[in-house]
Structures are given as C-alpha cells and as structure tokens.
Design a protein around this ligand. Structure first.
Ligand code: MV4
Length: 505
C-alpha cells in the first residue's frame, strides 16, 4: 500500500481525499496557491507545499510544479480529485514517467474518452447504444446538410473536444445550419483549440442519468448503480440523487451492463462514470464517460455502503476488487445539494468574501463534505463550491425530510450562498413527485420570477394607490417605478474551461 499520497486539488474534495488517506494509515500531502494558504485542505493535511500564484495555470494546473512537490515530499501516488488535472491524459502520463502512481485510469483510457467522436467510434464497435448521429467530425457544410436531413431536424451540433455545453448548438431547421455550424466551430476553437464538430439527433427533454463503475487492473469491472443528475442550470449540476426515481431493478441492471461494456471497451481502470441521456420512453443512450471521481460520488457511497475513494486507492495500489457484482446492493435513497458561494438575488453570480458565522447541520441521515470554516475568506479565483450537503433515508421521502430539516439548520454568514434555492427545490410539487428533466430548474426559476413580477406589480399598484389617495391625485405616478432587477449574464464556468484547455495542450 502507498505510504504517502499527494492530493493535487483544493476545497472539499481535497479534504475528502485526506480523510480517506488518514483512515487507511496513509500520509496526505497537499499543494496550495497564494490565496489558499489558510484553506481547510492545508490545515488538515500532514504536509502542505506552496505552488504559486492564484491563477490555476500557475498552481493547481501546473504539472511541473506539482510533480516537483511529489518528488520533494517523496509521495508514491497522486490523487487528482475532480476538475483541474483530473482528466488530463498528459498529466497521467507525466506521473507515470516520474514514477508516481496516478490514482485514476491510464492515459490511454483517458485519451480515448476525451474525444467524443473517438469515444463514439469505440462504442459503435462495442455495440453500445449511443445517440444517433455521426461518429466523425463533419468535414463541410454540404456534409452537415446531408447528415441533418437524414437524421431529421432538430439536430444537435457538438464539439468533439467539448463538454459542459461549450461548442454545442441546437439547430431547428436547415436555414440555421450554416451559421450554427460556424459558431459551434469557432466556440470549439476558442474553448478547446479544436474545431472538430459532429452531429447528433436531439433527445427532447431528456433526463441525465449516470452509472458509476469501478474496474481493477485485472479486468474485473462492476457497476454501483445510477445517479439522477437532471437538476442543473447552465450545464452546472445543482442537486443529484441516487437511485434515480425512474430506474427500476431491471433498467438498472441493463444500464449497468452497458456501462460495464463501455468501460471494458476502453480497457478502463479505477473509478469512472458513464453518462446517459434518457428519453421519455426510458430509452437510454451513451453520452460520454467521465474519467474521474465525480463531485456527486457521495450519493452512491450512501446507497451502496462503499467508500469510493478507499477503493480508488486500493485499485491504484494493485489490489483486486474486494467484491463482485452480486455483492453490491442498492439500499435507501440519498440526495446531494451543492452549496455554492453565489448570490440568488443576483442571478447566482459568485459571491466571495469572509465567512463571519458558520452553523452546520448534523443529525440523523446527514453528511457534509465541507471545504470552508468560520473566519475563512472564500477566494474569487476558483469554482465557488463550498460544501456538499447530503441527506440519506430509507426512502426518497425520508431523505427529503431530513435534508429539508438540515437546510433549515444551515447558516452561512458574511457571504451569499444558494442554500435558499434548495429549500425551494425540495418544497416543489414536481420535485416531490420526481417529475424531473433537464429543464426542471429553469421552469421552476421562471415560475418564481413570474410570481415575483406579479407581486412587484401588485406592490407598485398598492403604493401608487396610497400615494394617489394621500396627494389627492396631483403628483403621484408621474415617475416610473424602476424594478430593481439583477443584471443578466451567465455564470460562466471558466474554471472548467481552463482545465479542458490545459488537458488539450
Ligand atoms: C444533448 C441533449 C439532447 N440531445 N444531446 C448538454 C451538455 C452535454 N454534456 C450534453 N448535453 C445535452 N446533449 C442530444 N443529442 C441535451 C443536452 C442537455 C443536457 C444534458 C445533460 C444535462 C443537462 C442538459 C441541459 C441541456 C441540454
């Protein structure tokens, strides 16, 4: 077994991995940027090394600096967490070259899944159902026209190097195709330095369901059940649950077997996630494979009783999977809320600053994977995920009840967070009825916007009426009432884009 692991990450996931190391009797080394000197992961590690300026390219994405720390600290393995260098095949190769074990899949498996078109070609060969479309980039507008006409509109254009919705275009008809192809290409070029774009049939109002897999280095591959990840906003997941309310035992075993086939087709090792789009008839289609430990891994841990980080470490150390498929059982229900430092009243923009007071929930069925503490300054430089609040119960209703109770206990002072959003989601009738798809959150937010617009109009009318009465009609209502709206704009996930660019270098 490893004696010392370097964690090339920060925030809650670095803390999560440190905990696993300590449970296994392994020393945990971390790296930190200038703004993270006092971060929680630094305080909890056995050794911590500064690696430079806040910009990720100077610190958490800087391969030479991280490998230098691995050498100086005599770490025998590196855990990359998620984001940053976690899906960077060149980093995995550089670790191998430096004689440090990368806790994750091989560079070849990561490379195969990094290109969507290459992954689709592999799945075609392996007989895995994937969204109909091209498995190669389209060469010309004429070819795109021919393919789109054959698939039938609407079609989806996607960047082969893409992810997170970047370089993706929904095309309703042939008249839009030319401009969409051009803009998808230039966005792909800007974001990933790669213009390859391919075409898929559109799955209307899909669910996003993903299957966790684990594979050891001896060819044993198992699935650990699915996660329902349909609740997202601007390609950013907000809440995830396991199991999916629409997946029964039969569908789970069919999806699980496909996920294992995907992993085996890529000679995949360690932990990975196979993403599916699921249509309204519950047909599922391979979308992509994430070659890392995911943010939402705790919901799978709670329903299977497995510790995914322990297992990742054991697999990387050359151990065989300690169980086979029929020893894995799904039990109960878990829901995760991603607690972000962002302002609900300003379009969920990042809201950094000093945490003046922190009251965290606890009690039955509650787990928190946390990266903050009272007195700490949340920096603006990275993804603003502060913590994950996970509720577990014997069924979905109990998980919701415990989470609702825990959200009411949660208090983060000094900065804005999205905690109130989760109170609304968990109280929503459609959510409680598990009527979920990728449009759910936009619909819910739109409804409450409409409502607050209505109530604002009512309030304005009431004030106007009062002024009218008080002033005897002469002056009231001349000035327009300006609604105090937050500015629109997207909370761009620049953090992710930076990692992707780095991976493609
Ligand atoms: C799709 C799709 C419908 N049809 N592909 C968005 C991010 C990228 N990873 C895949 N995405 C989608 N691909 C086809 N052929 C709808 C989406 C999509 C989506 C997928 C998963 C989770 C949330 C989503 C939100 C909007 C669109």
């Amino acid at each position: 077994m490893f004696k010392k692991i370097l964690i090339a990450n920060r925030g809650e996931i670095a803390v999560r991995v440190i905990r696993a190391c300590h449970e296994m009797g392994i020393a945990a080394v971390v790296v930190y940027s200038e703004v993270d000197r006092a971060a929680l992961h630094v305080r909890k590690a056995d050794e911590a090394y500064p690696i430079g300026a806040p910009a990720a390219s100077e610190s958490y994405l800087n391969i030479p600096k991280i490998l230098d720390v691995a050498k100086r600290s005599a770490a025998d393995a590196i855990h990359p967490g998620y984001g940053f260098l976690s899906e960077n095949a060149k980093f995995a190769q550089a670790c191998a070259d430096a004689g440090v074990k990368f806790i994750g899949p091989t560079p070849a498996a990561m490379g195969a899944m990094g290109s969507k078109t290459r992954a689709r070609q592999a799945m075609e060969k392996a007989g895995v159902p994937f969204v109909p479309g091209t498995s190669r980039g389209v060469e010309s507008f004429a070819e795109a026209e021919k393919v789109a006409a054959k698939i039938g509109y609407p079609v989806m254009l996607k960047a082969a190097a893409g992810g997170g919705g970047k370089g993706m275009r929904l095309v309703h008809g042939s008249e839009q195709l030319k401009s969409s192809l051009e803009s998808a290409r230039s966005e792909a070029e800007r974001s990933f330095g790669d213009t390859e774009v391919y075409i898929e049939k559109v799955i209307v109002n899909p669910r996003h369901i993903e299957m966790q897999v684990l594979a050891d280095e001896y060819g044993n591959t198992v699935y650990l059940g699915e996660r329902e990840c349909s609740l997202q906003r601007r390609h950013q997941k907000v809440l995830e649950e396991a199991p999916s309310p629409i997946v029964d035992a039969d569908m789970r075993s069919r999806m699980g077997k496909v996920a294992v086939r995907v992993a085996q087709a890529a000679a995949y090792t360690n932990a990975g996630t196979v993403e599916f789009l699921v249509d309204q008839q519950k047909n599922f289609y391979f979308l992509e494979m994430n070659t890392r430990l995911q943010v939402e891994h705790p919901v799978t841990e709670l329903i299977t009783g497995m510790d995914l980080v322990h297992l990742q470490i054991r697999i990387a150390a050359g151990e065989k999977l300690p169980f086979n498929q029929d020893e894995i059982q799904v039990r109960g229900h878990a829901i995760e809320c991603r607690i972000y430092a962002e302002d609900p009243d300003n379009n969920y923009f990042p809201s950094p600053g000093k945490i003046s007071l922190l009251l965290q929930p606890e009690g039955p069925g509650i787990r928190i994977d946390n990266g903050m503490y009272e007195g700490w300054n949340v920096p603006i430089d990275y993804d603003p995920l502060l913590a994950k609040l996970i509720g577990y119960g014997s069924d979905r209703d109990q998980a919701i009840a415990r989470l609702t109770r825990a959200l009411n206990e949660y208090f983060v002072g000094g900065i804005k967070t999205n905690i109130s959003l989760f109170r609304r989601i968990l109280g929503d009738g459609d959510f409680r009825a598990a009527k979920l798809d990728t449009e759910f959150l936009d619909r819910m937010l739109k409804r409450s916007e409409d409502r607050s617009e209505d109530s604002r109009a009512e309030a304005v009318a009431a004030i106007a009426a009062g002024m009218f009465a008080a002033l005897g009609s002469s002056e009231a209502g001349k000035d327009g009432f300006v609604a105090a709206h937050g500015s629109a704009g997207s909370r761009d996930s620049n953090w992710k884009a930076a990692s992707r660019r780095e991976a493609l270098r």
